[in-house]
Design a binder for this molecule. Structure first.
Ligand code: EPU
Length: 430
């Protein structure tokens, strides 16, 4: 098993470059299925979720050419309308975007139910509600979601989402881009990656207005042509490095960010006594290691992101006073708490609320990354802790953070990857 081993207590200094946004990339890559011609997509993060989506596209017959580390050319002119591979799709949440994209392209999709982090129930009823409103027949049988558009083409429709859903908003946009007529999504999500997907599709010839507000209008077009598009920087990766500095102390310039996207995170760090200075496309974060308590409630954008909840909780474990965290999006996003307790954190969880009594310091321990952001939280805790923290199950972390060990090492963290003999034997066998 591969582990990250962190010797805590080293402050962070220097500059770190933020990669492209995972949750934008995992929707924009499937969106290439709708494009007639080659699209060049830049600033793609090198993470395992992206690798899997690219494998799925190739498996469907897409021509995927690597231009450089973070840029690919994708030509989906010759893709087959085939079932999406169970082997790949079950490993990622974002495989659900293939339903919208394939429905848009062929009027037919066969996709296994999505996998991804276990955060409690993760229904996709709102996605399906949208597809059905647009004339598709959807059923689940034989381990696949089967969706078929009447007359082979999706029809524009008005869809009111019963809750703000990032996935449903983007999936309906995908299904609507080539549909006949106008689709209106009401109570749409407003996350930066929603705007990024709309910008990608518009740059290929789609007609989408209102992304970033709660009403999005998509007028279906006959064809999307090729082009070049660069994915926005990852808000959550940037926020994670901000929390690393809060926990470890030091001064770091976090580069290639859109500071506006970080406002909700910056506001909480300022309340905790961390200094944050906005620059054009960077934020400077400075922390002397002594943190103040605060309360955090996660909400859809522009609220505090649920995907930063475990990371801010890890930093608050050593803040002076009592902090209260309320999870407003997922049913079960406190699985990491047991691991932080092993490091000496004082946290009580009651349903969606966690109460954190700040302690003077955490102590390194062997811990396990139960999901992506939980793993990030353990890194943050380990950087500020006394002694050595060993994190296992790091494959969850590698789903969403490009080169995290290299980036933190360059900032002065004492973090290294340890590969066990079993792992080595397996990789040599491949
Ligand atoms: N919901 C429903 N029905 C639906 C869809 C959602 O009840 O049909 C509920 C969910 O159960 C949840 C809430 O609505 O309580 C919001 O879910 P949403 O659809 O917004 O989440 P998602 O699209 O499945 C994406 C990100 C998550 C991130 C959430 C919220 C991707 C691949 N995943 O998930 O990212 O937490 O939006 O911002 O984009 C992560 O990156 O660590 C991660 C989990």
């Amino acid at each position: 098993m591969t582990k990250y081993v962190i010797q805590g207590g080293k402050s962070l200094h220097g500059q770190v470059e933020i990669s492209g946004a995972k949750n934008a990339a995992v929707a924009i890559l499937p969106a290439a299925l709708l494009v007639d011609g080659t699209c060049r997509i830049e600033n793609i993060p090198q993470i395992s979720d992206v690798t899997l989506i690219l494998k799925i596209l190739q498996d469907l017959g897409a021509d995927v050419r690597t231009v450089n580390r973070n840029t690919v050319d994708i030509d989906c002119s010759h893709i087959r309308n085939a079932p999406v591979s169970y082997e790949f799709a079950r490993k990622i949440r974002a495989s659900y975007y293939l339903i919208g994209a394939l429905l848009g392209r062929f009027g037919f999709a066969e996709v296994p139910p999505p996998g991804g982090c276990n955060l409690g129930g993760r229904p996709i009823d709102q996605h399906i509600k949208g597809f059905v409103a647009m004339g598709a027949d959807v059923d689940v049988s034989g381990g696949f979601i089967h969706a078929t558009a009447a007359n082979g083409r999706m029809q524009g429709a008005q869809v009111y989402l019963d809750m703000v859903s990032v996935g449903a908003t983007m999936n309906i946009m995908l299904a609507a881009a080539l549909a006949e007529g106008l689709t209106i999504i009401e109570n749409a999500a407003k996350e930066p990656h929603i705007v990024d997907l709309a910008n990608f599709l518009n740059s290929m010839g789609a007609d989408i207005m209102g992304a970033g507000t709660d009403i999005i209008k998509i007028r279906g077009v006959q064809r999307l042509g090729g082009g070049t598009y660069s994915i926005i920087p990852d808000q959550i990766e940037a926020g994670t490095y901000m929390a690393c500095v809060a926990s470890a102390g030091g001064e770091v310039v976090i580069q290639n960010v859109i500071p506006k996207h970080l406002d909700c995170i910056t506001a909480k760090l300022l309340e905790m006594g961390v200094e944050v200075e906005e620059q054009d496309d960077a934020v400077l974060v400075r922390s002397h290691g002594s943190l103040q308590r605060t309360n955090v409630k996660t909400q859809p954008y522009p609220g505090f992101p649920t995907d930063m909840q475990p990371q801010i909780a890890a930093a608050l474990c050593v803040a002076e006073g009592t902090s209260v965290i309320t999870e407003g999006v997922w049913d079960n996003r406190y699985k990491y708490v047991d691991e932080l307790r092993r490091m000496g954190a004082q946290i009580q969880v009651d349903g969606k609320v966690a109460v954190i009594e700040g302690v003077e310091h955490l102590t390194g321990a062997p811990v396990s990354a139960c999901d992506l952001r939980a793993g990030a939280a353990l890194i943050i805790a380990g950087l500020g802790a006394e002694g050595c923290t060993e994190i296992d199950s790091v494959q969850h972390i590698e789903r969403g953070y490009e080169d995290i060990v290299r980036k933190l090492s360059a900032l002065g963290a004492d973090i290294r990857v340890v590969i066990t003999p079993d792992d080595l034997r397996q990789s040599q066998a491949v």
